[in-house]
Write a protein that binds this ligand. Structure first.
Ligand code: ZN
Ligand code: ZN
Length: 465
């Protein structure tokens, strides 16, 4: 092994062939740089997050609270000067939380911190008590023999690790998304999972689960991470664990939800819409500051900077605050059903909290590859690197992206996101105004480039996932 200082000296004095010279970076349009740098002093995004969390609070999809959030948002977007502000409603099935309690009754009686998963079934009013079968991972649950959980409560660990790109959520989150249906299929009377989260606080993480059509949902809850570890530690003692659960959520039938839409009109109606946004609804345990008041705020604040720049963009920028994302992406599907036939140049979503953007990715047609080079130059001063992945992330834009629309992703760091995601701790305290400003600057630069790009940005063909 070469000592690091020696290596550095060798590199400095080396006469070996130089590394291949990268192509010169694309120049940054001075207007883009000015808009970007001014956005580093942005207060609009924080004002939106502060206002939405203070004056509305939790915004569970399909409830009266989400309706109030739509009214608040339309007024806010109008006050900010956006054009064509409107609400598009649709109907969707609605689940609401009830009482939720749990405890270990044997062999070591302890109270538990838990919360019901969205679409969880209910226990009888007196609760249920049953033996717990502990599965360290989702794979272990899947491998359990048919019928082996009859009369039992299943526990699934499936510990989640911190990752910058958030990929562990996709991998470990299956315990929440699919575990309850699998447990029900093997006869379980209920399921508790270790929260899909990366913190060690005693706050459970909610989130949706799904049961197949026609199957009766079983009670399904997430334990806080420390309580999940507690169950796992008890299991090592080799004595049967008995748990008591009381969960009384209910389905309240079809209700109204909706998307809030605002625009910065462009000069060239044939150039395609630049669709940006995040989701307006939140889980009900907190005020949804990072998920996703921050996303709607970042994207709208950036669009407002283009609106106020004194020059109309070539392409219309359409800001959509989607409804009912958390509970199944109803707003995104309604948007694509209504607007999918309109030409869209780009779709981009912010739904990963309020941490700094660290990477961008694009999926662009060959005619517009130079757009990505200009983004690389304009975003580099914000500490943002170019990734090589497929862009178009975000469940709200997914149905539009699926129609072949090009995408730009501005990836936020996921290292801390899952500490508070879907917990009672998702409050304004988690939002760092400086990091929010870096996001606004990145989105402003991106919008200034893509909305005005002279290239045609048409449909793209993505590799199958
Ligand atoms: Zn979200
Ligand atoms: Zn969420």
């Amino acid at each position: 092994m070469i000592h690091r200082l020696t290596l550095a000296a060798l590199l400095l004095t080396s006469t070996a062939p130089a590394l291949a010279q990268p192509a010169a970076p694309a120049p940054v349009d001075p207007r883009v740089a000015t808009l970007r740098d001014a956005a580093l002093r942005d207060d609009v995004a924080y004002d939106i997050v502060e206002g939405m969390t203070t004056e509305v609070g939790q915004r569970l999809a399909g409830t009266e609270a989400e309706a109030r959030a739509r009214t608040w948002s339309a007024a806010k977007l109008k006050a900010l000067g956006f054009k064509n502000v409107r609400i598009e409603t649709y109907r969707m099935p609605v689940w609401v939380r009830g009482e939720e309690r749990g405890e270990i009754v044997a062999p070591f009686p302890q109270k538990l911190q838990l919360t019901a998963l969205g679409n969880s079934g209910a226990t009888p009013a007196a609760g249920i008590e049953a033996e717990v079968v502990v599965f360290p991972t989702y794979g272990d649950l899947v491998a359990a023999p048919a019928g082996s959980l009859a009369g039992k409560i299943a526990y699934v660990g499936n510990a989640m690790m911190k990752t910058q790109d958030g990929s562990s959520y996709g991998q470990e989150g299956i315990a929440r998304r699919a575990g309850p249906a699998v447990a029900a299929g093997k006869g379980a009377v209920a399921i508790v999972i270790r929260s899909i989260g990366t913190d060690t606080h005693r706050l459970p993480h909610t989130g949706s689960t799904n049961f197949p059509a026609g199957a009766a949902p079983i009670p399904a809850a997430a334990l806080s991470v420390p309580d999940g570890k507690l169950v796992e530690a008890m299991a090592t003692r080799g004595k049967p664990i008995r748990m008591k659960l009381l969960l009384t959520p209910r389905q309240v039938g079809e209700q109204e939800s909706g998307n809030v839409i605002a625009e910065v009109p462009g000069t060239d109606p044939d150039a395609g819409v630049v669709l940006i946004g995040g989701h307006l609804d939140s889980w009900d345990l907190a005020t949804g500051a990072i998920d996703d008041a921050s996303g709607v705020a970042i994207t709208a604040a950036a669009a407002k900077r283009i609106l106020d720049s004194g020059k109309r963009p070539r392409r219309t920028i359409r800001v959509v605050w989607f409804g009912a994302e958390e509970v199944g992406g109803f707003g995104g599907r309604d948007y694509a059903a209504r607007h999918g036939s309109e030409r869209h140049a780009i779709a981009a979503e912010s739904d990963f909290g309020a941490d700094r953007v660290w990477r961008f990715e694009t999926t662009l047609p060959d005619t517009a590859k130079a757009v990505s080079d200009r983004l690389a130059s304009a975003l580099a001063p914000l500490g943002i690197v170019r990734g090589a992945g497929n862009a178009g992330d975000g469940s709200d834009i997914a149905p539009t992206i699926a129609l072949g629309v090009a995408g730009v992703d501005l990836n936020q760091s996921g290292l801390d996101y899952f500490d508070t995601h879907h917990t009672p701790d998702d409050t304004l305290d988690r939002v760092d105004p400086e990091k929010l400003r870096q996001n606004v600057a990145a989105w402003t630069a991106m919008l200034a480039i893509v909305a005005d790009a002279p290239e045609e940005i048409g449909p793209v063909v993505r590799p199958a996932r």
